[in-house]
Design a protein around this ligand. Structure first.
Ligand code: ZN
Length: 316
């Protein structure tokens, strides 16, 4: 199949307090807050984006903070964990940093020849830091407290927990261009393109597990990379031919998106690399002020009154 994804574009999760979210991802984990905007479907709430210096596709984790909203439940039909790539020589540094930050973590444990540290973020999301030999050749954000050599390089692996793996795997391998790599314990690994950092899905089958409820502390969706609108249109036709219900293209300002739900229950998105996060502000000042799409600019004054101010670590 000529269509394939280069890897992950971003993942989006639901959290509670925006300040806790910023303290954790920009403060403890040392990612750059690259965009401070609102949820286009619910503009009274933030949509916060974190990533590397420019918000490269594949480096991006985004959050809908819903303060005071109910927590979800963990279960089947969900992205049960997401992993961020770190260099192999950084494990001891991260163990110390997590300890100093008062974060309880598991590991390091060995999984598919990679070292894994796992912990929960303040909203209850399961986050992993996972080593990969290629991480040293990639760039992380150098503006945080984390030394450049140890910085997080971007997304690495997403873990799907589903009741029946077969249907989910069929969509990955027959419709989405993934191939099987290996199995370890209850975890089967699938990769797109050449595999490696950001190109991996692990599937865990848990027929015993009830479906989870997506709310605070849950991943909302994961997005795969496509270079441009033309290829996205090809994906859309291709997936429809494979029986997927795919949305129309939605303008997300920094990328264009289509969405479909895979049979295990997980929501996928396909997002374009363009136009990117420097679309409405210079790289130097990414994430420092509230950016709104043109159709919400008339509401700026009232939105700025509603949204709690954010104090961003390492950002003036
Ligand atoms: Zn998205």
């Amino acid at each position: 199949m000529s269509l394939h994804f280069a890897g992950l574009h971003h993942i989006t999760a639901i959290v509670d307090e925006p300040q806790d979210n910023v303290n954790f991802y920009a403060g403890v984990l040392g990612l750059r807050l690259i965009k401070r905007t609102v949820n286009f479907d619910d503009p009274n709430t933030y949509h916060l984006y974190f990533g590397d210096e420019v918000g490269s596709p594949g480096s991006i984790v985004t959050f809908f903070p819903w303060p005071g909203a109910p927590h979800g439940t963990r279960g089947a039909g969900q992205v049960s964990a997401f992993a961020l790539a770190i260099p192999e020589a950084s494990v001891a540094y991260w163990e110390q940093r997590l300890t100093d930050s008062g974060i309880t973590f598991g590991g390091p444990e060995q999984r598919f020849n990679e070292q894994v540290l796992s912990f929960y973020d303040p909203a209850g999301l399961l986050v992993e830091l996972v080593t990969h030999p290629d991480a040293t050749n990639m760039h992380g954000w150098t503006g945080s407290e984390v030394p450049a050599a140890y910085a997080i390089r971007g997304l690495h692996v997403v873990t799907l927990t589903v009741q029946q793996a077969d249907a989910s795997v069929r969509v990955l391998t027959e419709a989405m261009g993934f191939r099987y790599l290996a199995t370890e314990g209850d975890r089967a690994r699938y990769v797109t393109a050449e595999g490696g950092v950001g190109a991996i899905v692990d599937v865990i089958a848990r027929p015993d597990l009830p479906f989870g409820r997506v709310a605070v502390g849950s991943v909302h969706h994961i997005a795969w990379r496509t270079p441009n609108d033309d290829e996205q249109a090809r994906w859309r036709r291709h997936l429809i031919q494979h029986g997927m219900m795919v949305t129309e293209v939605r303008d997300r300002q920094y990328f264009h998106s289509i969405y479909y739900r895979e049979p295990g229950g997980v929501l996928y998105e396909i997002a374009t690399d363009n136009p990117g996060f420097a679309f409405d502000e210079p790289v130097e000042t990414l994430g420092t002020t509230l950016k709104l799409p043109p159709w919400l600019e008339p509401r700026r004054e009232s939105l700025e009154r509603t949204l709690l101010p954010l104090d961003v670590p390492n950002q003036s």
